[in-house]
Structures are given as C-alpha cells and as structure tokens.
Design a binder for this molecule. Structure first.
Ligand code: ADE
Ligand code: ZN
Length: 374
C-alpha cells in the first residue's frame, strides 16, 4: 500500500472512530465538555418548584413583601445541606415554594430555569409542577396556570426551547385529592401533556392511584411516576406500578438494575427511565458512583434511560448538560455512552414523530461535525 493511500485510510479511520483531542488535559476536558453541552437533548425530569435557587427564593420573598426566616442565601443553603433524605428534602421544598405567590412568580421561575439551560443544548423541556402544593396553601390553579402559559409561549420565542408541563400528584396525599385536581386540570390540557406522581412513597402506593391514572389515560394524559431510589419495598412498588398504572416512563427507577426480570419487563414494555444521578445529597461517599454504575448497567441492558436534574436549584446541583459532563468526568462514560443517553432523551420525549425526526437529524449532524473521541 502506498503512503498516500495509507494516509487517506488512517484519516478515514480517525474520522470514523472520532478524533483524539490534541493539547493539554484542560483543553481536552474543555473540548469534551463543549461537545457534550452542544448535543441536542431534552430535560424530562425537572420540578418547577425545585428549580428555585437560594437567591431566587429570597428575591421572591422580598418582592412579595414577605419576611424570610433565613438571614441570607448561605442560611438557605445551610438548611438544604441537611436535607439528605427525601422526607426532609420535601419539607424544605414545601417551605421554599411558599415564596411563589403570583402568576408572574410562576412565569418568572419557569423562565429563569429556561434561561439557565438554553446554553446546555436543551431543545425541549417537560416540566413537573405540583398543583396540590399550591392549591392547599390558597393559590388558585388558575394563577399557577396563567404564569405557566406565559412561560410556555415565551420559552421557544426567547430561547428556542419548547416548554410543556406534567402535573404531579403527591403520593402522600389522598387519591380523592388527586382525582379532584385531575378533573380541574382538564381545561389546561393544551399545555399539560401528562401526569406523574411524586413526594415520598407512602403506604398504599401505587395501588391507591390506579383509578386516578386510568381516568387520566381516558382523558388523554401521558403517564409517568416517580419510583425513588433505594426506598423501602422499591422492587415491589416497581412491579405494582407496571401492573396497575399503565405508565410510559419511570422517574428515577435505578433499582430496576437490581432485578434482572424487572429489567426485561421494563425494556420489553418500552418504558423509559429518567435518571437523576445527583438526586439528594451527592456528596455522600459512594452515592454518585453507585448511581452512575446502575445507569451504565441499565443502558447496557438496552433500556431507554437518559440523564436529568430533578431539583437543580434546591439541591444546589448541576443542570442537565452539566450532568452529562459529570457522567463523563466522574463515571468515565465514553462518547458512545454519552451519545446513547442524550439520544434516549430525545426518544423518550412525548412529542410527534415529525418533531423527533427533526431533532435526530440535528443530533446526527452534531455528531458528524464533532468527531471527538473519549
Ligand atoms: N419532588 C421533587 N423531587 C422529588 C423526588 N426526587 N422524589 C419525589 N418527589 C420529589
Ligand atoms: Zn423528581
């Protein structure tokens, strides 16, 4: 083989396999992060109320003329530092969301979040919100929805990001309350595309929501549920949720990796997982590594899993693009794995196939234009 031909073949191979980055470690990290951030992706597991950063909470309190029990943002963060388990976290979550009072507050909180992720390759967001947490403290659903409508209209125009909503019912409240709220959501189905279940997994979950979810399906809502990580009876809850709730996605669901039969059932049912590697306190030794290991196992098992941020504001965490970078840095995820996770985030979105095709084309173009290897 002549030298010229050898060179051409080598160049072709490098292009196919991806180009190693030249330069220092820092330059290499930067180039990988830029590639990951630019990958088109969706955010499908984000709670409106959990996007509040400490400073956002204090600004809302001040704007609404309310006195906060926290002296400053550091004090809010300090409180959150002790929210290491789901029950305590939800206590703080409920306390801080009390800062949101007006339709403008809801609009602004949603838009602030969109602004924060627009530069991270996010093309589409399905945002959870908790209607019960607002109505029970006297904020009418109409007020919440007025703000969310405005954000839904503004996000694509101002940031090129689509924004839709999923209403979550709280698992520690009654099925009757969920049903009452479900009926009240009907006029807003043009922007609320699905229902979910969140808050701590109480006794009776998931059975107690079977009727609510059947009704939601009949109304045309898509369906997902939180199945939190390492909670008591989690495998039993997974199996019952599959049997009784007719779910299309699972939020978290990392314990699926613990049961090979469950892995098969989830894969065969085409149920997607929205995994949150930094859920709750990521600094507990071994926690992040354990989550990333399960995410890898589930990905290798052919399950449609992708990365999401859950409550990035309150958990002082990372936004969705940052999480893909984290998986690469801390979990050693390869280009192929990162690409598979991000592609899954497009596949798992509740959109028309025509929309998905447009995204996938842009996705493949980004890959072709950035043959960086890692
Ligand atoms: N509400 C907000 N984040 C949640 C989570 N990870 N699990 C259950 N409920 C939540
Ligand atoms: Zn969540």
């Amino acid at each position: 083989m002549g030298n010229g031909l050898r060179f051409v073949l080598l160049a072709l191979l490098l292009t196919l396999a991806g180009k190693p980055v030249q330069g220092s470690d820092a330059e290499r990290d930067e180039a990988i992060a830029a590639f990951i951030m630019g990958l088109p992706k969706t955010e499908l597991h984000i709670h409106l109320e959990g996007t509040l950063e400490a400073e956002d909470y204090l600004a809302l309190m001040a704007r609404n003329g309310r006195e906060s029990s926290y002296a400053d943002a550091a004090a809010v963060r300090d409180r959150l530092t002790y929210a290491r388990d789901l029950d305590t976290f939800i206590e703080v979550y409920e306390e801080l969301l009390g800062a949101m009072q007006t339709a403008y507050d809801f609009e602004q909180v949603a838009m602030t979040y969109i602004e924060r992720v627009a530069a991270q390759g996010v093309v589409y967001v399905e945002m959870f919100f908790d209607p019960q947490m607002h109505t029970y403290r006297g904020i009418p659903l109409e007020t919440v929805m007025e703000g969310l409508y405005r954000a839904h209209e503004r996000a694509p125009v101002e940031y090129g990001v689509e924004l839709w909503f999923i209403a979550c019912f709280n698992r520690d409240r009654s099925a009757a309350s969920a049903l009452m709220h479900l009926v009240a959501l009907a006029p807003y189905q043009d922007i609320i595309i699905g229902v979910g279940l969140d808050n701590p997994e109480e006794i009776g979950f998931p059975e107690k929501f079977a009727t609510v979810f059947a009704r939601a399906a009949a109304m045309g809502f898509r369906r997902t549920t939180h199945l939190d990580v390492d909670v008591p009876n989690t495998l039993e809850h997974h199996w019952s949720a599959l049997r009784l709730l007719d779910i299309e996605r699972i939020d978290h669901g990392l314990n699926v990796a613990d049961d090979p039969e469950l892995m098969t059932a989830v894969r065969e049912a085409g149920i997607a997982l929205t995994a949150c590697p930094t859920l709750l306190y990521r600094d507990i030794p071994g926690r992040l590594e354990g989550r990333l290991a399960r995410i890898r196992t589930l990905l290798e098992a052919g399950i449609e899993i992708s990365l999401h941020s859950d409550d990035p504001g309150l958990m002082r965490d990372l936004y969705v693009g940052d999480l893909y970078v984290l998986a690469q840095n801390e979990g050693g995820f390869t280009r192929e794995e990162i690409v598979a996770l991000a592609r899954n985030s497009l596949l798992s979105a509740w959109v028309e196939e025509a929309q998905r095709s447009v995204w996938l084309e842009a996705f493949d173009a980004w890959l072709a234009e950035h043959p960086i290897a890692f």
